[in-house]
Write a protein that binds this ligand. Sequence first.
Ligand SMILES: Cc1cc2nc3c(=O)[nH]c(=O)nc-3n(C[C@H](O)[C@H](O)[C@H](O)COP(=O)(O)O)c2cc1C
Length: 325
Amino acid sequence: MKTRITELFGIEHPIIQGGMHYVGYADLAAAVSNAGGLGIITALTQPTPDDLAREIARCREMTDKPFGVNLTFLPAVKPPDYPNYVKAIVDGGVKIVETAGNNPAKWLPGLKEAGIRVIHKCTSVRHSLKAESIGCDAVSVDGFECGGHPGEDDVPNMILLPRAAEELTIPFVASGGMADARSLVASLALGADGMNMGTRFIATKEAPVHEKVKQALVAASELDTRLVMRPLRNTERVLVNAGVERLLEKERKLGADLKFEDILPEVAGIYPKVMKEGDIEAGAWSCGMVAGLIHDVPTCKELIDRIVGEAEAIIRGRLDKFLAA
Ligand SMILES: Cc1cc2nc3c(=O)[nH]c(=O)nc-3n(C[C@H](O)[C@H](O)[C@H](O)COP(=O)(O)O)c2cc1C
């Protein structure tokens, strides 16, 4: 399949693995890239910029295909050492960066000078247009269904993607709720040049997370996610569990008085507990509604080959038949 996204990033298939905290290690990124997609290492999961430099080197040992690094800008009391994370990316010879969380304008000149292509992930048409106007090469348009931070507009992809297509000139990928060949064909039909998947890639053999996390995704239905932190305007879609129920109870009780400190036990330091130790009830961890479409734990290559093969069957078989009728 050839689209503006495969051309822009020099990849075989228009399928991207979005940055994921405590999931996006070199192992997963390399597996996705080796399968012809675009794998992405999550910078801030690495404790220091030096660790990121080592993770980039490790990825390069596992693949000679293009891969990217995700740089997430989220509100933080003590911001991470962004300048040196960016330096690790540039010095490591990475040519693709996925930015997210906030306007990346401050970092674009340095990235562009190093010949890096930037895909910015955003949850609205206005932020996508902003990304285009500041010089991003592409956007990842993340609908309300998505795992992680869907923003505060609550527009699902059935509306958001064609709206993005109406307004944008640069290419974009559909993100949020993407799982299979049907997702890819639908994304292309709605005007995207490919798709980005988060949750689906956690349930793969190579994702370096605890087996219990993968099995939780296979077991979950599309009804098993919750939105947390809405009162703080930092909405996150997570898999429901005992910790999340406690958090939601606090939100109900405290209402508009809720402060970040009130929910620290349910949101701080949760990722290592879940992803490494398999304590899946510990608290809030991102998960998309797409969990309802995840029924197995394939390798990344099996998953991507299946998507591409079935997409062709849908286009040439199912869709073409409607025209012939
Ligand atoms: C466990 C998990 C962790 C994530 N961590 C990040 C992150 O650190 N930075 C980021 O930009 N997006 C993060 N995301 C969002 C994904 O990159 C992607 O945009 C999202 O998962 C797409 O929706 P889907 O899960 O329905 O495929 C995370 C998603 C999940 C499921």
